[in-house]
Design a protein around this ligand. Structure first.
Ligand code: PEP
Ligand code: MG
Length: 559
């Protein structure tokens, strides 16, 4: 990205330290409560552009509504006679200190959020106005020491060509939000906010993390060409997005999307797809403080089904447990949660929770083309048990005389390697399979998908992954049952020819990749894909596979 620098120096909030007399404490309490309500309502009115932003806003609101924090501030004001500003500064300051002392990266990431909420409260109490980032008049490259979540949410993405910061890493909010808004960002460049003068010409390479200040003409020329190439690519992807996906020799490939909510943006993204191949129902359980009721679930499923009809929506039943915990559903501590009480196993344990979800699904099925699939299935017995619960729920709804359907296709997610080995037997019990490569790879290669230290072992292009997929397709195809992939591997352009060459005819991808994946599908004929898939099956390491793909895919497939 090429542009001029806008150096953003954040105004630091300094609190007044005033000891107040007894007569004044009630007034200070009122000031604090009013400020807290005001910031809360401002946050509620800020609609996050993306899911990531909406989640951050929710986190900030949760600090403001946190009873313990509010109680501590009350004590500081009423018992320790501090003015409201001072009380906010000390209580939030203590939390920040505790988080800073922690070695847990998740806790550390919360520092930016809590600092942000503290600053907003202090600004409100001091009657100071906000950052000014929302008032940028022309597109710039934003240079800052650090961007807090509220800065990134306030800014208009069409005015930000790129972001460079001194602090923050790839997992920092700034990076996550910038990625979700497709803004190139580079973090971790020391002293950049002092080194760059406002208006300096910059080249920012979000892929390599290099920033050139006042670049020489050769660099400028190189990057202008890159930018042109990138925008041509985006244009082509946009054109392909609207068309059905076909290989260059005319084999039609179903391209569905993975959805994690029913908000308008997500549903709009599904408009150019052949349906929803993975509807992650967990969002209903996670963005709330209670188990979603049958009515709440029914409303959400019905909305998705009606929006997509007549295209299918594949509802994955609750995949809670392991990395996805619910604060209101206390689950016992486990030494190995990824191998423990999660997803379908938890549904068997909490049968009422499972039954509620299936009742809502059966009732919503009347409004569109529903398919239901179960996650973390590890045996034929699991499938039989799950289907029994479904049959029981259908009998009950019929007795109650409520409108419902239970004749929809029922499938499994193949995430546990045992299912690959038993594909033929499982196929006999269900209508379809969807391969969850994110978990399948973790279990197949015994490498934790969430542990960055294990990244070198979590090999998506390990030949064993393709062999397992080959086995699954073989077992299901022999019985005429469809198979798709809904894990991230299906959204990786490099893996597309291999997956299709192995026999897949349906991919379910993240909505942001849909155009790109359709474009890649169109770039090759089936005979060549099959030949590549056979070659990959015979290989012995990920290195061999990736070297082969680099040689055999055109540069635009590998960049
Ligand atoms: C998967 O495991 O591939 C999958 C799609 O499910 P999740 O990423 O939600 O576990
Ligand atoms: Mg999974």
């Amino acid at each position: 990205m090429v542009g001029t620098a806008y150096v953003y120096k954040k105004h630091t909030c300094i609190a007044d330290h005033i000891t107040v007399g007894d007569a004044e404490t009630a007034h200070q309490m009122t000031l604090y409560e009013a400020a807290s309500r005001k910031v809360q309502s401002e946050l509620q009115h800020l609609e996050g552009e993306t899911d990531e932003q909406a989640e951050i806003l929710q986190t900030h609101i949760s600090f403001l509504t946190d009873e313990e924090l509010a109680e501590e501030i009350r004590t500081e004001i009423l018992k320790n006679s501090k003015c409201a500003q001072w009380a906010v500064e000390s209580v939030y300051g203590q939390v920040i200190e505790t988080l800073e002392a922690s070695s847990d990266p998740v806790f550390k990431e919360r520092i930016a959020d809590i600092t942000d909420v503290r600053n907003q409260l202090l600004m409100e109490l001091r009657g100071e106005s906000s950052t000014g980032l929302e008032a940028l008049s022309r597109p710039v490259i934003l240079v800052a020491e650090e961007l807090l979540p509220s800065d990134t949410i306030a800014m208009d993405p069409s005015k930000i060509l790129g972001i460079v910061t001194e602090r923050g890493g790839v997992t920092a909010h700034m990076a996550v939000i910038a990625k979700s808004m497709a803004i190139p960002a580079v973090a971790g460049i020391p002293r950049i906010a002092d080194a760059v003068a406002p208006g300096t010409e910059l080249v920012l390479d979000g892929q390599t993390g290099i920033v050139y200040s006042e670049p020489d003409p050769a660099i400028l020329d190189e990057y202008e060409k890159k930018i042109q190439k990138y925008s041509r690519k985006r244009q082509i992807e946009k054109e392909y997005l609207a068309k059905p996906a076909c290989t260059s020799d005319g084999v039609r490939i179903e391209t569905k999307v993975n959805l994690g909510s029913t908000d308008e943006r997500e549903l709009a993204a599904a408009a150019c797809s052949d349906g929803v191949g993975l509807f992650r129902s967990e969002f209903l359980y996670m963005n709330t403080d209670h188990l979603p009721t049958e009515e709440e679930q029914f409303t959400a499923y019905k909305a998705a089904l009606e929006a997509l009809a007549p295209r299918p929506v594949t509802l994955r039943t609750m995949d809670i447990g392991a990395d996805k915990q619910l604060p209101y559903l206390s689950l016992p501590h486990e030494e190995n949660p990824a191998l423990g009480m999660r997803a379908l196993r938890l549904c068997f344990e909490k049968r009422e929770v499972f039954r509620t979800q299936l009742r809502a699904a059966c009732r919503a099925a009347v409004y569109g083309n529903l398919q239901v699939m179960f996650p973390m299935v590890s045996s034929v017995t699991d499938v039989i048990r799950a289907r029994q619960v479904l049959a029981e729920v259908a009998r009950e709804l019929s007795d109650e005389g409520l409108p419902f359907r239970a004749d929809f296709p029922v499938g499994v997610m193949v995430e546990v390697p045992s299912l690959a080995l038993m594909a033929h037997q499982i196929a006999g019990q269900v209508d379809f399979a969807s391969i969850g490569t994110n978990d399948l790879i973790q279990y197949l290669l015994a490498a934790d998908r969430d542990n960055p230290e294990m990244a070198a072992y979590y090999q998506s292009f390990h030949p064993a992954v393709f062999r397992a997929i080959h086995m699954i397709i073989g077992g299901f195809s022999a019985q005429g049952k469809p198979v798709s992939v809904c894990g991230e591997l299906g959204s990786d352009p490099q893996s597309v020819p291999i997956l299709l060459g192995l026999g897949l005819r349906t991919l379910s991808v993240s909505p942001a990749r849909l155009g790109e994946i359709k474009y890649r599908i169109a770039g090759m004929g089936m005979a060549q894909m099959e030949q590549m898939a056979q070659a990959v099956l015979a290989m012995s390491s990920q290195e061999e596979v990736t070297a082969y793909l680099e040689q055999n895919l055109s540069p635009s497939d590998t960049d």
